[in-house]
Design a protein around this ligand. Sequence first.
Ligand code: HEM
Length: 513
Amino acid sequence: MILVRRMLQQALRVSGRSSFPLVKLMERWTEGAAAGSEGTKMQGVKTLNEMPGPSVTSFAWDLFAKRGLSRLHELQLEGVQRYGPMWKASFGPILTVHVADPSLIEQILRQEGEHPMRSDLSSWKDYRKLRGHHYGLLTAEGEEWQTVRSLLGKHMLRPKAVEAYDKTLNSVVSDLIAKLRLSRHPQGLSSFLAFVMSLVLFALAGISSVLFESRIGCLDQVVPEDTERFIQSINTMFVMTLLTMAMPSWLHQLFPKPWNIFCQCWDYMFEFAKGHIDQRLTAEADKVARGEKIEGRYLTYFLSQMGLPMKTVYSNVTELLLAGVDTISSTMSWSLYELSRHPDVQATLRAEVLTVLEGRKIPEAADVAQMPFLKAIVKEVLRLYPVIPANARVIPERDIQVGGYLIPKNTLITLCHFATSRDPGVFANPNHFNPYRWLNKDQTYHPYASVPFGVGKRSCIGRRIAELELYLALARIISEFEVKPNTEGASVKPMTRTLLVPENVISLQFIER
Ligand code: HEM
């Protein structure tokens, strides 16, 4: 916040303007964009100019002066209260239409074209262009995206292909359990940092084992320095993502610091992934040279065999590594947090796990298929804490009509998933953790109200791997430990750091069963 204010002050000094004209300039710019893209007005259909929303000044004030960047999820709730299910706002230089109603979100996603697009304005894309990297699945568009999506889909979306990862993932879960035991004080208390770090390292070890068939030392007693730096780079990059997107690109040149930090983080992440890919593929080539048989069952191997340029392999593995870390660690944190605060839910889950396991200790993929309560818990955690609190879509092919408005093609549409998944009109007692709501067969919810993995062609390709990993880990932890809050009743709120993460310390006790 202070950084942004300083940057703006510096910008004004350099440009010799007062802050008022600068804001006015931005206001005119974005209003111009709305008016210019209005399209032909049809009868009974409203244009973007008629859509309610905060002025550029008041939204910028919310974002920068009222910690809005870390409260973007709360701003969704405030937006619905003030303006209803659709409103427009300018996020820095970008005019975006917010949509916070499940039926309207459904209307948008059903109008997606052949190659859905999340956002055309991403600073992630700018970085790749600058450095000459290829795009990975998160950032690619059109045919380029479709090619890799179809190839990877065979290994990441087919249930049988994903189930085959259960042994690999289970060995990572065993290491996590050992780490949780080690990090406890005699009373069973896990130190906060050790706990948080364990979950982040667990997530990185999980995705690495799927990508490289190796944990890259994540759950060793001493974590390699490069692994720690990789994790730090992810954190900083996510913080800088919102800042760099909120700043028009001419500000990047005036205040290069955030943009430079953002690029350095990505440089390191690409370098880290490339190092591991090269190492792994060289080892395979050596095996071939020795006449040994290769049994590669890991994604990097599959990707390298698909005839893609190596630059495409590097960018995809970098993006998959990134996608698999904070998503899993944050969902694990919230799951254990809610379970610790709901001993009844924890007891029911434990009973379900023990019944299915019938004396065995380690659940397999086939076992979790018989654990509906475990699945309901993860579903409820992701309803309350959707890792991606707001997604985005751009429809480049044509103007679309949604909720009585004509939305011109190429408009950035923000899908307010946090708001819909806490909508009291859809979910009774929406802020309450109640996994039983998903088991009540008489109760149905709008299918687009809680969609933590997205819907359709561009939805999360890691969903099945993520769910399997979460189920295996939670089932094991709950069968081996009683999880209790450390400070009774201390509640933790979410904050936005591009992803939705815990704002404060989640401090838990892991008591041996
Ligand atoms: C709890 C865990 C996770 C959640 C909640 C989650 C959620 C999401 C969401 C909401 C999207 C955007 C979907 C859309 O635009 O419609 C997405 C995309 C994506 N996710 Fe995940 N994700 C999770 C874990 C993972 C993991 C473990 C991986 C890697 C193995 C992964 C890889 C990806 C990729 C590559 C995309 C881009 C897909 C594309 O554009 O085609 N995710 N994820």
